[in-house]
Design a protein around this ligand. Structure first.
Ligand code: C2E
Ligand code: MG
Ligand code: MG
Length: 511
């Protein structure tokens, strides 16, 4: 069919796009659309050529609208597939980029704010794994349908890949603040319409999504940059927990950049010898040294000492912690074998922090066994500090791992006790040897009634379960005395010594 398509266009945005490519561009306008009539939707391709009046001015266009669904030939199908996602029939990344280009241009021309939203299903991988791929596909189609139903017709939803979706929201008015309010409302609504529960006979799952948003007030930035911004915001939304939305924020961007740089440096740190082991002594009620906790230090060439509190969480995110912990553990074993050679150090224990990821490695027990063999370290001098997080998921496997390590002679301390979920149920099921009272409670001693009673009951609990108990972060004599009085007879903290380089620790002990 041929007709003056241009005059029939109801959408101003589209009209503008057509006008500009007909007058400035190739003289042709070509695009792929989904045309919706009632509840029937078809893919169409529009091809248009401009019509000029006698003075050469633009007065309209002659066009062809082709129904892809009706045409069966391969070329049309290929073209359709190039722009639409087969599973959900939504525009794909390529078509989204095109729409985004148009949106950026419109934004500049009309001084309107527009927005790009990125969506991601929370825990999609888990859903896919537990319910199967056909369920996963069904869920993605459901998600697409919900998105499409709840956006205005001028907004473009798209599927980018996997469980990532996007939408371009157009013409949000001239004021950035007002536009942000509108988008906030839309995002909240989308979150609630995307949320639903899925169940088969065996499982029932709550489906939620997270949204990252970038606003483009003046058409600044290329479509690619906007996509990056929305993606960064999405990452933040996911980090903040599920079922939420986050606007792109340049300060956050800088933070993320610094994190990325730190992460890159971390990859090289071990090879460049920038990691060092520090030791902090652990003492008994008479002040005699029982051993030490091994604490990691990173001496960065530009940043100086980077605190483990800063880089360990990063290393956990990118899984580098597994290699780092391996190195720490191996170095500690080496040190223990050196201690074993001298009478004044042979009774010392070393406590090593083990991250949850490392603890859950399938071959963790073998790794440790191998390190002990290779270094000749006495296993009963090695203590592993684990946290509750290591037992929350798959407690039976955690128990097996601990039992296998205990069989080698290794002991276990539960670090940061009282700061997590503190489910007491696992305490007597796991082969622990020691509870470590977290420094956040110790620092409030002895005058804070809440901490006093938490610490007193932790000590009583340890005793009744037959576990040792040690307090960390002991800074004052008053704290030490209070702890001793309440039955805690092992201590670690600045009062007795700060963390010091391993060799200094060794010489101090010998002297
Ligand atoms: P953590 O295992 O609870 O270690 C105790 C932290 O308290 C250490 O901080 C130590 O320097 C600090 N501390 C000791 N005594 C006192 C005191 O009297 N007052 C105060 N205010 N603080 C005290 P650090 O060395 O910065 O380590 C922080 C955390 O990083 C550790 O907490 C541990 O969770 C983690 N970490 C350190 N080294 C390693 C490692 O090699 N592997 C793993 N996975 N994690 C590590
Ligand atoms: Mg520790
Ligand atoms: Mg601790």
């Amino acid at each position: 069919i041929g007709f003056n398509l241009f005059t029939q266009l109801e959408d101003d945005t589209l009209k503008e796009a057509v006008r500009s490519s007909l007058t400035h561009g190739s003289g042709y306008y070509e695009d792929v659309y989904r045309s919706v009539t009632g509840n029937k939707s078809t893919a169409v391709r529009a091809l248009m050529r401009g019509i000029q009046d006698e003075e050469g001015g633009f007065i309209g266009g002659v066009g062809l609208v082709e129904d892809f669904s009706a045409r069966r030939d391969a070329e049309a199908l290929i073209e359709y597939q190039a722009y639409y996602d087969q599973l959900t029939e939504l525009p794909n990344r390529r078509l989204l980029l095109r729409r985004l280009e148009q949106a950026v241009a419109n934004c500049r021309r009309h001084d309107h704010v527009e927005a790009l939203l990125f969506f991601d299903l929370d825990d999609f991988k888990r859903i896919n794994d537990s319910l199967g791929h056909s369920y996963g596909d069904q869920l993605l189609r459901e998600m697409a349908a919900r998105l499409q139903r709840n956006l205005r017709t001028e907004d473009t939803p798209a599927r980018l890949s996997g469980d990532e979706f996007a939408a371009v929201l157009e013409r949000l008015g001239p004021d950035l603040g007002d536009a942000a309010l509108i988008v906030e409302r839309i995002a909240a609504k989308l979150l609630s319409v995307l949320q639903h529960s899925l169940s088969d006979n065996a499982h029932s799952l709550q489906v939620t999504a997270s949204i990252g948003i970038s606003l483009f007030p003046l058409g600044h930035g290329s479509p690619e940059a906007l996509m990056q911004e929305a993606d960064m915001a999405l990452n933040q939304a996911k980090e903040a927990g599920r079922n939420g939305f986050v606007f792109f924020d340049p300060v956050q961007q800088r933070l993320q950049r610094s994190r990325m740089l730190l992460e890159l440096d971390m990859r090289e740190a071990a090879g460049r010898g920038q990691f060092q082991l520090y030791c902090q002594r652990q003492v008994d009620a008479q002040g005699a040294v029982l051993g030490a906790e091994v604490l990691l230090r990173w001496e960065h060439p530009q940043r100086g000492m980077v605190s483990p509190a800063e880089f360990i969480p990063l290393a956990e995110d990118n899984r580098q912690i597994i290699a780092i912990d391996h190195w720490v553990l191996e170095s500690a074993c080496l040190q223990l074998s050196r201690f074993a050679e001298r009478p004044e150090t042979q009774a010392l224990t070393l406590a090593v922090n083990i991250s949850t990821l490392q603890f859950r490695e399938a071959d963790f027990v073998d790794q440790v066994r191998q390190m002990l063999d290779e270094t000749g370290a006495p296993p009963h001098r090695l203590k592993l500090e684990v946290t509750e997080g290591s037992f929350l998921e798959r407690p039976d496997e955690a128990r097996e791992t601990m039992l296998a390590l205990k069989a080698l002679g290794i002991t276990f301390a539960l670090d940061d006790f009282g700061t997590g979920f503190s489910s007491l149920a696992y305490l007597n099921r796991l082969p622990l040897d020691q509870l470590k009272i977290d420094q956040s409670f110790v620092s409030d001693l002895p005058d804070d009634p809440a901490s006093d009673s938490i610490v007193a009951s932790t000590i009583a609990l340890a005793h009744s379960l037959g576990l040792e108990v040690i307090a960390e972060g002991v800074e004052s004599e008053a704290q030490r005395a209070w702890l001793e009085e309440h039955g805690c007879l092992m201590f670690q903290g600045y009062l007795f010594g700060r963390p010091q380089p391993l060799d200094e620790f060794e010489t101090a002990l010998r002297d």
